[in-house]
Design a protein around this ligand. Structure first.
Ligand code: ARG
Length: 601
């Protein structure tokens, strides 16, 4: 309904200007043009929209707001385009104007969507905007360390945001900013040289589990043993200086982790371009030089840093972002500065991005705030460019504490996904037995895998990402409530209607609705474009989840209360058209969450 809302907004504004030309003139001169304050109606009985713009005019005009609303409505009545769009407006309360779209206009909107693969969601190309490169930096696990549930959240949320942006027509660069360059390599290589030298010269000599264990041992030694520390530091310098032996060892270690990460991405259908921290190594010196040239660099206790404006520590002194340590080494922040600089720089020496989105846990909020500020002051973010940190909360167990296995270890992602699928399979087998259905093994495996992985993704996406979320297999796999199985089931239900002779493919010649349940479904279906615009703007996938859940509920109410297959024509064809559009909307929406649908389950 975005386009209708825009049209209405224009009509309202014109009506206000005709009703109160002086006030409109004055408001424009004051740089505060009139605003109809158009918003979706808060309750269905108020119609489709309400316009509250009469209220703020009461004071400047010295008239009661209801009188103002009446004058606006009189002007609206004189606009034939408005009369074609809406029924007669109603004035409510102190002076709200309630607007109800004409039923035939709503039906026409449904008709348009039935023939449109984008279901009425405009693409940025249609909007006339050039598709601006958008970068989504997500997933980003660390080499030689296990990918943990935090990375899973980043992966699922980042993928969904990338899908929404892509669907809107943006050219999206999905970047995996893997941690492949830190001091961990110095320790790891030093340790492996002594305990498992083959890992440094042969591919696949150790698997990731071993690597993680070696890393833990190396870290321990690094903390306890000064000589080991020194050698490790030398090893990092060698690596970063391009020493061929170190580089080869590093390459092998990275490959090992990369393969492990890839199995997770494959299972979850995630596309990502790896561009790890090491990519920015050649640009780190330039970052420091640029900051120096901009007069931002201060040497403090041997370290080179930029002091943040408006951010101070406990002692009240401004906090620094360290860009070069006293030993000459660079760090996480330096790499992120180099990354911003590169991402906004025009091609070919950069990505020419307009919007860069970082999906990480909320614990990195200060890091990003600091990096963004320094980048802005250094002039690396163009005026039209935006950088956004998309933070998310912790994944907790059902006890509200950090998610752990029963034995108290960190949960491996592979195991977590396996368990979701196993439980989905057990649920399915139980249901099949209850319903006395027999299905072949391929069907069971396909449904269990789809439902299990969908449940994990949806449970994460349906939460407001900024809060911590409690991981519960039971809750995420429930057939009732705001869950993936509930939504998948709605799609399956509609596929069932089609199999029972519903012929959903053909669009109805003329749509004819009479029942309130039909109108409720029509209005719900027409919200899709607004919801997608909201997700694109606010980067909150849970908005889309809530919408799909509500749509499923409204659909189920419609289908439970209004006959479809047994209805007479033309109601039958019109209702089937609603079924089809509901299925298409759910499929599209779930697709944007990275969740494939099923025809049967
Ligand atoms: N590797 C980091 C971690 O595991 C996440 C990197 C996020 N992206 C970035 N540009 N800093 O926490």
């Amino acid at each position: 309904m975005l386009r209708i809302a825009q049209t209405l907004n224009g009509q309202l504004l014109a009506a206000m200007e005709r009703a109160f030309p002086e006030a409109a003139e004055g408001a424009r001169a004051a740089g505060q043009p009139l605003d109809p304050q158009l918003a979706p109606a808060t309750k269905p009985e108020f119609g489709d929209f309400q316009a509250n713009g009469a209220l703020p005019l009461a004071k400047p005009l010295g008239q009661p707001p209801r009188t103002i609303a009446t004058a606006i409505v009189a002007q609206l009545a004189a606009d034939p385009a408005f009369a074609e769009l809406c029924l007669e407006p109603q004035i409510a309360g102190p002076g709200f104007i309630n607007l109800t779209l004409r039923p035939e206009r709503l039906a026409a909107e449904v008709q348009l969507r039935l023939g449109d693969g984008r279901l009425g969601v405009p693409s940025v190309a249609d909007d006339g905007g050039a598709p601006a490169p958008v970068i989504v930096d997500f997933s980003s696990p660390n080499i030689a360390k296990e990918m943990h549930v935090g990375h899973l959240r980043s992966t699922i949320i980042g993928d969904s945001l990338a899908r929404v942006l892509e669907f809107r027509g943006h050219s999206v660069l999905r970047l995996n900013h893997v941690g492949d360059w830190g001091t961990q390599f110095g320790m790891l290589i030093t340790h492996l040289k002594q305990v498992a030298p083959e890992a440094l010269i042969t591919a696949d000599a150790v698997d990731l589990g071993d690597l993680v264990a070696f890393y833990r041992q190396a870290k321990q030694r690094f903390d306890d043993d000064e000589a080991f520390q020194t050698t490790s530091r030398e090893e990092v310098v060698k690596l970063q200086g391009g020493d061929p032996i170190s580089r080869r060892a590093w390459g092998l270690l990275c490959d090992q982790s990369r393969r492990e990460f890839q199995t997770i991405y494959d299972r979850l259908d995630i596309r990502l371009s790896e561009r790890g921290e090491s990519f920015y190594n050649p640009y780190l010196e330039a970052v420091v030089a640029d900051l120096d040239a901009a007069g931002l660099l201060v040497t403090d206790d041997g370290a080179r840093c930029v002091f943040l404006e408006g951010v101070s520590g406990k002692d009240g002194k401004p906090l620094p972002v360290i860009v070069q340590k006293s030993d000459g080494g660079f760090n996480y922040a330096t790499t992120d500065l180099a990354a911003i600089r590169y991402r906004f720089a025009p091609a070919p020496g950069g990505d020419g991005a307009r919007r860069v989105i970082y999906v990480t846990d909320a614990g990195q909020a200060n890091h990003f705030a600091g990096v963004f500020q320094v980048a802005r002051r250094a002039g690396w973010i163009p005026p039209h460019g935006s950088v956004e940190h998309v933070p998310f909360g912790l994944v907790q167990g059902e006890d509200g504490k950090k998610l752990k296995t029963r034995a108290g270890d960190t949960v491996r992602l592979r195991d977590l996904l396996d368990e979701a699928v196993e439980r989905a399979e057990a649920d399915l087998r139980r249901r099949l037995a209850e319903e006395e259905r027999s299905e072949d093994e391929a069907f069971i495996q396909h449904v269990a895998t789809t439902v299990g992985l969908a449940a994990v993704k949806y449970a994460d996406l349906s939460q407001n990402r900024t809060t911590n979320y409690q991981f519960s297999f039971d809750r995420m796999l429930a057939l009732q409530g705001n869950t993936a199985p509930y939504l998948l089931y709605a799609v399956v239900r509609i596929a069932g209607i089609a199999r029972k002779g519903g012929a959903l493919a053909a669009a109805a010649a003329e749509l004819h609705f009479t029942e309130p349940q039909e109108w409720a479904l029509v209005r719900e279906l027409l919200k899709l474009d607004g919801v997608i615009a909201e997700v694109e703007e606010e980067l909150l996938p849970n908005r889309l989840c809530t919408y799909l859940f509500e749509l499923s509920q409204v659909f189920n109410r419609f289908y439970d209360q209004v006959p479809v297959l047994k209805a007479e024509e033309p109601a039958r064809a019109s209702r089937l058209a609603l079924c089809r559009l509901t299925a298409d909307t759910l499929k599209l929406g779930l697709g944007l969450l990275g969740i494939p649908t099923l025809e049967r389950m």
